[in-house]
Design a protein around this ligand. Structure first.
Ligand code: ASP
Ligand code: MG
Length: 409
């Protein structure tokens, strides 16, 4: 007997019949004697529709009202699942973010969870064996009292944060795939499900483009050591993937997984002065406009006076970035600027990399054998990322998957 958080994504609650199926999953755990908190997403496609409505209403809409609109999808599924549970004889009550409350920052549309009081939920487990059905993705800012949302994919974060707050023994993320794969199976049919992945690796995978879990949810899992399992709603016996401590992984291959992201754009500033303060003059205005810069390379100047600098931003932020740079042009003093939105980032990730020399070299050789040019490189202890032309993403991912022997178990 223990305490469990179960999270169900959009496809798992896509219609009333599937919500009934989810209710049966929950009943199974309740019958096994567990205290259960369920976190639900909006029905598949619902959030996209709500986002689109805001955009149609006005391209420059108020983010506070955007949150009011998009948070509604989860409200609907929470109520529907509570009804479905009651119908099959399970005590259940729905909760909106503000009712718990899930306190967040006031960064509307991408708020961060600041704290959750799990007291009342735990009390109800003990008193009435009542299942809590919680709307994912949403919270409340305590200063303004307004509804906030956690960014796309944010229900994962709601689930892991609730698990940490109520000291759950495990957080099960039910989705439409049966776990975390070595890479995207739509690109590499031979991709394999991982039995286990370390928190650190999953964090890199998520932030470098794997879409299974929201990055922030993995950060919280790592911070509070919440055991997270990713498994399929439609085939719960398929095994799933467990996120765990590094020490709990016996076989450490040099590379565990390959991620890619097409949401990339590259900006190059030519002939900037090679002197102190120039990087600050470039990245200051970008930060002020809320643009996140990812990879950066600066060349060595030939004459000691001028050099070139390249950096990447999210493709969706490209025009905002160019705006900020062009406004700061007099302070920066570049001669030319160029932008390229047809780039993508491919990354290899693995804790085994620390102990295996030559891992990056295999990546570079594999790409060069395929005639793929590397534009920018960045590394950390457990990952190597390269920026390449977008048209080569699939070729690169496939070639790397076999080069690191991930095709075979
Ligand atoms: N419904 C929200 C979204 O699509 C949150 C989630 O499903 O995680 O982004
Ligand atoms: Mg998701």
């Amino acid at each position: 007997m223990g305490r469990l958080v179960m999270k169900f994504g959009g496809t798992s609650v896509a219609n009333i019949e599937r919500i009934g199926n989810v209710a049966r999953h929950v009943k199974r755990e309740v019958d096994a004697g567990h205290d259960v908190a369920v976190i639900v997403s909006a029905m598949a496609g619902k959030t996209n529709e709500l986002v689109e409505w805001c955009r149609e209403d006005s391209a420059m809409h108020d983010a506070r009202e955007y949150d009011v609109v998009v948070a509604s999808g989860e409200q609907v599924t929470a109520g529907l699942l509570a009804i479905a549970l009651q119908t099959i004889g399970v005590q259940a009550r729905s909760w909106q973010g503000w009712q718990i409350p899930i306190k967040t920052s006031d960064a509307h549309a991408s708020a961060r969870i600041l704290g959750i009081d799990g007291g009342e939920l735990v009390h109800r487990f003990q008193d009435r064996k009542e299942v809590a059905v919680i709307a994912g993705f949403q919270g409340i800012n305590p200063q303004t009292g307004r509804i906030t949302t956690l960014g796309r994919g944010g229900s994962d974060t709601s689930a892991v944060a609730i698990a940490a707050a109520i000291h759950a023994d495990r957080c099960d993320i039910y989705t439409d795939v049966d776990g975390v794969y070595t890479t995207d199976p739509r690109i590499v049919p031979k991709a394999r499900r991982l039995e286990r992945i370390s928190f650190e690796e999953m964090l890199e995978m998520a932030s470098l483009g794997a879409k299974v879990l929201q990055t922030r949810s993995v950060e919280i899992a790592l911070l509070y050591r919440v055991p997270v399992r990713v498994l399929s709603t439609f085939d719960a016996d398929a095994g799933g993937t467990l996120l765990c401590d590094e020490e709990d992984i016996v076989e450490k291959k040099p590379v565990t997984g390959i991620a890619y992201s097409r949401d990339e754009a590259k900006i190059t500033l030519l002939k900037i002065p090679d002197q102190p303060g120039v990087a600050a003059a470039i990245f200051g205005p970008l930060a002020d406009s809320g643009v996140n810069v990812d990879m950066i390379v600066q060349n060595v100047s030939e004459d000691g006076r001028r050099t070139d600098l390249t950096f990447t931003v999210a493709r969706s932020e490209l025009s905002r970035a160019l705006d900020a740079i062009e406004k700061a042009a007099p302070q920066i003093g570049y001669k030319e600027i160029s932008a390229d939105a047809n780039v993508a980032k491919v990354s290899i990730i693995g804790i085994g990399m620390r102990a295996h020399p030559g891992v990056a070299q295999t990546m570079f050789r594999t790409l060069s054998d395929k005639g793929i040019n590397i534009q920018v490189i960045s590394t950390s202890e457990i990952k190597v990322s390269v920026l390449i032309a977008e048209e080569y993403v699939e070729l690169a991912v496939r070639a790397l998957h076999s080069a690191y022997e991930l095709d075979t178990a």
